[in-house]
Design a protein around this ligand. Sequence first.
Ligand code: G4P
Ligand code: NA
Ligand code: NA
Length: 193
Amino acid sequence: MELLKNKVLQEGKVLSGKVLKVDSFLNHQMDPVLMKEVGREFTRRFDGERITKVLTIESSGIAPGIMTALELNVPMIFARKQKSLTLREDIFVEKVFSFTKQETNEITVSRKFIQPGERVLIVDDFLANGEAAFGLARIVEQAGAEVAGIGIVIEKAFQPGRRVLKEAGYRVESLVRIGSLEDGQVTFAEDGE
Ligand code: G4P
Ligand code: NA
Ligand code: NA
């Protein structure tokens, strides 16, 4: 997606060789015009998938998630993150380990919002190791629903997330794929695998 590539080149800041800071349009200040285009592009790519719901995770997944859900005309759910919680029967819970932050979070979704047989599109802002997306997929499957696909705004193709998700059988669509952040430079990966 050309608009997004330009935004990454113009406003992205490389922190270390591994982290891209995009707080001017995605992770802090958010660009609604860009998010609208993100929603349209995911809708185009997942056309025909009979999606009934969009699932994302707080907080940075919410903007691309809601714009995609608006375009698809379906509801959006965001999984909540919490450090610990008492067991409750009305929620789906999965553990997600963040390599970036070196911590485990429990992510939760109320059982009442995903029904068996639904076709759920997972959307997230970043794909690194794939832990968050995989946790969301496990929640969809706990609910007896199907993962229609995984839509990622920015994929770091030098990390194993895509491979992990594809090996588990999921379709992954990323709007930009970053091949390298070495030497403070953003280099895009070729489309495809
Ligand atoms: P994974 O889910 O793919 O395994 O990724 P990881 O645990 O490493 O990511 C932890 C958090 O860091 C996530 O945000 C993820 O979106 C974010 N992240 C990972 N790599 C980058 C990067 O290069 N740049 C930026 N800006 N973020 C990155 P989170 O903790 O869920 O926070 P939130 O922003 O959604 O609130
Ligand atoms: Na994030
Ligand atoms: Na996220």
